[in-house]
Design a binder for this molecule. Structure first.
Ligand code: SF4
Length: 389
C-alpha cells in the first residue's frame, strides 16, 4: 500500500520515481552511436529531467523576470551571464533541495538545466511528449503491480512530506522481510545541500544481496548511448549514496526540518493521522513522523545497496531490451556531484557541453538561443579567421 496525497499542494519531493522524467529527446535524435541489442556491457539509459510544480514554475518565471543580463569579457568575447547577482542559483531558483532528476539533467548539460528553469513553459511542453507520458504510465503500472495507491487528504506541506515518510515506514519492514518494494524515497545532505530522489525498485537477488533496479523505457529498441549510460550510472550511484546514508544513520532530523523549512510542531491532518494509524504508526506532529522514520531506518536490518542495475524496456512492444549492471565508484560519484553543487552554491558560472559532445546541441530545445553554443561558434570563427590571416 502506497499513500498518495490527494492534493499536490507542494512538490518538494518527487512523487513517483525520477525515471519517467528522465527521457529526453536526444534519445531519438542524437547521432551518437547506440549499443547493439545484444551488448553485454553494463550501464543505463538517458533521460532529461526535472518535473516542477506550477507554484515552482511561477517562482522560476519570477526569477526570470528579475534576471538582468550583464556582459563580461571572456577570452576576448562578450558573453551574457546567467550568474549576474549575488544570490546563488539555489536562492535565485527558490530551491530548498535538489532532486536526483535535476542533477542527472545537469550531467547531460548544465546550461540546458538552467534554461529549463528559466523557461519552464518550454520544459513543461517537453514533458508532455508522448514518449515521456508512456514512460510515466509504465512506471505507474509497475508500481501498482505490487502496491495499491491509497488517496490521503493533505492540507499542508508537512502533510505532503509526512505521506512520503509514512510510505517509507511502510516499506522498510517489507524490505527487511525480503520482499520487493517500489518507489522508495531517499534523501540526505550532500556537501551542505539537501538532495532527494525516488528509487524505482529494491529487491534481493539469489545471493541475498540488496539490488537497486532502475527501470528505463526507450522509444528505440536498443540500449542507450555511452553518454546516456554515463548519466544513468550517476543517477543510480546517487541513489546508493543517499540510501546508504539513511541506513547508516547519517541523516538527522534537523537536516529534514531546516533544509526543507518544515514546521516540526505542525499537527498532521486528520487524513494523514488516520493513514499513519492504519499502517501501525502513532503520530500527531510532523516531527514525530521524522523521528519515527529516522529511528526505524537507522535501526533496521537493511544493508547498504550491493548492486546497481538498470532494466531497459521498449515502449512500443513493452518487451525487455536488456539489463545492465552499473558500476559504482564512490569517489567518482562524489566528485561529479561536488562539481554540480559548485554551480548551485554560486561558486561558478553554468557551462554547456564540451566540444566533443557538441552533437548533444543538435537535438536541444535551446540550440537557437544558447549563449554557450553562440560563444563556441564565435571562438571557432575567430580561430578560423586567425589561422587564415
Ligand atoms: S545548445 Fe548545447 S550547450 Fe546549449 S543548452 Fe543545449 S545542449 Fe547545452
Amino acid at each position: 500500500m502506497d499513500a498518495s496525497g490527494s492534493q499536490q499542494l507542494f512538490d518538494d519531493w518527487d512523487d513517483i520515481s525520477d525515471s519517467e522524467f528522465l527521457n529526453i529527446p536526444s534519445e531519438q535524435q542524437s547521432i551518437e552511436p547506440q549499443h547493439p541489442l545484444n551488448s553485454e556491457t553494463h550501464g543505463e539509459h538517458f533521460d532529461s529531467p526535472c518535473a516542477s510544480t506550477s507554484s515552482q514554475h511561477n517562482m522560476n518565471e519570477e526569477a526570470l523576470a528579475q534576471e538582468t543580463v550583464k556582459t563580461e569579457n571572456v577570452s576576448g568575447l562578450k558573453r551574457k551571464s546567467l550568474h549576474e547577482n549575488s544570490f546563488s542559483p539555489m536562492q535565485r531558483f527558490f530551491k530548498r533541495h535538489l532532486s536526483v532528476t535535476l542533477l542527472c539533467d545537469q550531467s547531460w548539460c548544465e546550461m540546458k538545466t538552467v534554461y529549463n528553469l528559466l523557461k519552464p513553459l518550454v520544459k513543461r511542453k517537453e514533458m508532455q511528449r508522448a514518449e515521456v507520458q508512456i514512460g510515466k504510465q509504465i512506471h505507474l503500472s509497475r508500481e501498482r503491480e505490487i502496491q495499491d495507491v491509497v488517496p490521503v487528504d493533505i492540507r499542508t506541506r508537512e502533510d505532503g512530506e509526512a505521506i512520503k515518510l509514512l510510505n517509507m515506514l511502510h516499506m522498510i519492514p517489507l524490505l527487511e522481510a525480503g520482499e520487493r518494494v517500489r518507489e522508495f524515497p531517499v534523501f540526505g545532505v550532500q556537501k551542505g545541500v539537501f538532495v532527494m530522489g525516488v528509487i524505482d525498485e529494491l529487491m534481493y537477488n539469489q545471493k541475498g544481496e540488496l539490488v537497486l533496479n532502475e527501470l528505463k523505457t526507450r522509444r528505440q529498441n536498443s540500449l542507450p548511448s555511452s553518454a546516456q549510460d554515463k548519466v544513468n550510472c550517476f543517477q543510480v550511484g546517487l541513489y546508493k549514496l543517499l540510501f546508504d546514508g539513511l541506513v547508516r544513520g547519517e541523516v538527522k532530523k534537523d537536516h529534514v526540518l531546516n533544509h526543507l523549512k518544515l514546521r516540526s510542531d505542525q499537527i498532521l491532518g486528520a487524513g494523514v493521522q488516520a493513514h499513519a494509524k492504519s499502517i501501525g504508526v502513532q503520530v500527531t506532529t510532523f516531527e514525530e513522523v521524522v523521528d519515527a522514520l529516522l529511528i526505524t531506518v537507522s535501526c533496521s536490518d537493511l544493508p547498504c545497496i550491493d548492486q546497481l542495475q538498470i532494466e531497459y524496456y521498449h515502449q512500443g512492444s513493452s518487451g525487455p531490451i536488456g539489463t545492465r549492471v552499473a558500476p559504482f565508484d564512490e569517489v567518482q560519484v562524489r566528485t561529479e556531484l561536488q562539481g554540480h553543487l559548485a554551480y548551485w552554491k554560486g561558486h561558478r558560472e553554468p557551462k554547456g557541453v564540451d566540444i566533443e559532445e557538441a552533437w548533444k546541441c543538435r537535438s536541444c530545445l535551446y540550440k537557437q538561443t544558447c549563449d554557450w553554443t553562440k560563444n563556441r561558434l564565435q571562438v571557432s570563427d575567430q580561430q578560423a579567421a586567425h589561422s587564415s590571416s
